[in-house]
Design a protein around this ligand. Structure first.
Ligand SMILES: NC(=O)c1ccc[n+]([C@@H]2O[C@H](COP(=O)([O-])OP(=O)(O)OC[C@H]3O[C@@H](n4cnc5c(N)ncnc54)[C@H](O)[C@@H]3O)[C@@H](O)[C@H]2O)c1
Length: 303
């Protein structure tokens, strides 16, 4: 896939999936603005991309507030003259069950993921609209945001909000030919390697050099960072000019289009619904097949 002449920002690209996206975009010909918290980590990522024959510049900054977003877009324009692609990947976890989650746990996760996506996308959209020749906003969701997940009040709320922003911005930016999609990735990184169902197979795969087993790659849709990057490169490319407003899952051998929330069953009554009428209608009516919630447990095979 050809991205020559395109300029991309990837937030949180010092390691993990973000570094994978930055490397893949650079390998396809884009020039990349690398961002992360630690200047030494940013420098190492820029060196890594440069050694592989790519072009990158680094902006250490804590994504969340407007000045960081403006510094990132400013660096793309100052160093490379324009901005074509933004990948809002930076993220943290502060997992706790609801009754133990502190205000700081909630605010910090929302600040980096939800506010960081908003401030960076707004700065990018302003620049792309000025340029007048389209663009790509590639947001990062999560299965937790699509379904809810135990211990992840803050993270699930932020990621669900990001999917909602993708649909909203796809509407608002359509006329400017700026596409907006949410990637819903799953990959073995520092963030996921400690999930109990996956930890032993990831460790064995790394120790032996053998690929993850098919039940992990296909059924659980979990693989390596490199398994995920192709979707971001595709979305950044001219081939994806008509793809917008979508939440797209990728991981291991799996590529999926997520459904958007829609009314599943509907009932009507003349004059509106009383509590008693809803209670009578519910069991055999719209409540007969309730929706699932939570990420299904991985299909661990019998050993
Ligand atoms: N790994 C998965 O399976 C998975 C699944 C769903 C969603 N995601 C999402 O993908 C993204 C990357 O995840 P990962 O697994 O590579 O995680 P990771 O922890 O390996 O990498 C995240 C990077 O973001 C950086 N970062 C954190 N806060 C930042 C901030 N305020 N400003 C700039 N950089 C910041 C970190 O320093 C780190 O380098 C996250 O948004 C995550 O929620 C990952």
């Amino acid at each position: 896939m050809e991205l020559d002449g395109k300029v991309a920002i990837v937030t949180g690209s010092g390691r993990g999936l973000g570094l994978g996206y930055a490397r893949a975009l650079a390998a396809a010909g884009a020039v990349v603005v690398v961002n992360d918290l630690d200047p030494a980590v940013v420098r190492a990522a820029v060196d890594d991309i440069t050694k592989a024959g790519g072009t990158a510049t680094g902006v250490p900054a804590a994504v969340g507030d407007t000045p960081a977003a403006e510094r990132l877009v400013g660096a793309a324009v100052r160093d490379f003259g324009r901005l074509d692609v933004l990948v809002t990947n930076a993220g943290i976890l502060r997992d706790r069950v609801l009754w133990k989650m502190t205000d700081d746990d909630f605010d910090e996760v929302v600040r980096v993921h939800l506010r960081g996506t908003f401030t960076c996308a707004r700065a990018a959209a302003i620049r792309m609209r000025e340029q007048g020749d389209g663009g790509r906003l590639i947001l990062v969701g999560s299965p937790a945001g699509q379904r809810g997940n135990f211990g992840q009040t803050n993270y699930a709320a932020a990621k669900a909000g990001i999917a909602a922003m993708a649909r909203t911005w796809a509407l608002e930016l359509a006329k400017a030919r700026i596409t907006v999609n949410a990637v819903v990735p799953v990959a073995a990184t520092e963030m996921t390697r400690t999930i109990p169902a996956f930890a032993p197979v990831i460790e064995e795969s790394e120790r032996t050099g053998r690929p993850l087993p098919a039940w992990v790659r296909r059924d659980a849709g979990l693989g390596t960072v490199d398994d995920v990057t192709g979707l971001v490169t595709f979305l950044a490319s001219d081939a994806a000019a008509g793809v917008t407003g979508q939440a797209i899952g990728i991981g291991g051998d799996r590529l999926a289009l997520w459904s958007h929330p829609a009314e599943k069953t509907v009932a009507f009554t003349d004059g509106g619904w009383t509590a008693e009428a809803i209670a009578a209608q519910w069991p055999a009516g719209i409540g007969a097949e309730p929706e699932t919630y939570g990420i299904p447990a991985p299909p661990v095979p019998e050993s």
